[in-house]
Write a protein that binds this ligand. Structure first.
Ligand SMILES: Nc1nc2c(ncn2[C@@H]2O[C@H](COP(=O)(O)OP(=O)(O)O)[C@@H](O)[C@H]2O)c(=O)[nH]1
Ligand SMILES: [Mg+2]
Length: 326
């Protein structure tokens, strides 16, 4: 077993470019390690200037392929890039997803690129809570660009995708895809649409469908542009990068970016409060006072909701008395 190092030592090693230390820090955040609060606070105190880009869409839409193409362009422009791939189906924890490793193959040896997959281990809610922290760690490591690739199905994934400064929604040619994206709630979070696999028939029609959907929605400020790309040969990737840049500048100048970031912080606190309370309440379940409440519910003397309220009250009372002691 590797002895865990002090997170502040790992942090300074990671800052000076040690990728193993960076990897270990991420694992600690992923695992909800006790030390992760130290990492969070170090990262928070060392802000960088990253532009956080979310790339989302159905499995197989070409997100990883497109990400790789976009990374090449950023590298040509001299920007450092971190890619966080979130794959709910990945059986691996901490390692790179095999397919993505292949698609990101051109970049593995490039010191200006860091690719890491975040595994969910069945607990997507937990992941939603740790993604902002990992993204902030990447920011404090001074990456210019941080890309989060996530599958755009399911509420939590859509939530993760919406964490980004700029959210790119990837669809494929075919009417069904735009409709699916709409149903999954991706229309609302998209800052930019991409019709990838535009080498296939029906791309123009899909662009038109998306434009029609946009015409029908009440857009107030930014109208998401619709790009066409071919991930496998990189066509359209430069146009996508340009649109991403345009969105970033627009969001920055209009105040949308700082408003979005403030909302994100607020949501992050809410999520943390919920998970803190949950774990504290859970640790109370074994206590005699809670056991007797459970007994009352089983006997039919108390309903489960009332019992739950009393458990929460007990947690808060306990916190209060702890506070007085210290
Ligand atoms: N024809 C075609 N195939 C593509 C394109 N982009 C990606 N693919 C292929 O689609 C498959 C899924 O791509 P991947 O990037 O793994 O999708 P992800 O699941 O969204 O990350 C792979 O076999 C890619 O080679 C494209 O523009 N055109
Ligand atoms: Mg992928």
């Amino acid at each position: 077993m590797l002895k865990e190092k002090d997170p502040s030592i790992l942090f300074s090693e990671a800052t000076s470019g040690d990728r193993r230390s960076l990897g270990r820090l991420i694992t600690m955040i992923e695992d909800g390690d006790k030390q992760s609060t130290v990492i969070s606070s170090l990262a928070f105190k060392t802000p960088g200037h990253s532009h956080l880009i979310g790339i989302t869409g159905a499995p197989g839409a070409g997100k990883s392929t497109l990400t790789s193409a976009v990374v090449s362009l950023y590298r040509k422009a001299g920007k450092s890039v971190a890619v966080l791939a979130i794959d709910p189906s990945s059986p691996f924890s901490g390692g790179a997803i095999l397919g993505d490793r292949v698609r990101m193959g051109d970049h593995v040896l490039d010191p200006g690129v860091y690719v890491r997959s975040l595994a969910t281990r069945g607990e997507l809610g937990g992941l939603a809570a740790c993604v902002p922290e990992v993204a902030r760690l990447m920011d404090s490591m001074s990456f210019d660009i941080v890309i989060i690739e996530t599958v755009g199905v399911g509420q939590v994934e859509v939530e993760i995708a919406a964490l980004a400064d700029t959210t790119v929604v990837v669809v494929n040619p075919g009417w069904g895809d735009a409709v699916q994206a709409n149903k999954a709630g991706l229309m609302e979070i998209a800052d930019i649409f991409v019709v990838n696999k535009s080498d296939r028939p029906g791309a123009k029609e899909t662009v038109r469908d998306i434009e029609a959907m946009l015409d029908m929605s009440n857009l107030t400020t930014w109208r998401p542009p619709v790009c066409q790309t071919v991930g496998i040969d990189g066509s359209g990737a430069a146009d996508l990068c340009e649109k991403i840049q345009m969105h970033n500048e627009f969001a920055d100048e209009s105040g949308l970016l700082s408003q979005h970031r403030s909302n994100r912080l607020k949501e992050e606190i809410e999520r943390k409060v919920a998970s803190e309370l949950f774990s504290r309440a859970k640790s109370m379940m074994g206590k005699a006072s809670v056991k007797s409440l459970t007994e009352c519910v089983i006997k039919g003397e108390l309903d489960p909701h009332e019992a739950a309220i009393r458990v929460v009250d007990l947690v808060l009372v306990e916190e209060g008395s702890n506070g007085q002691k210290s």
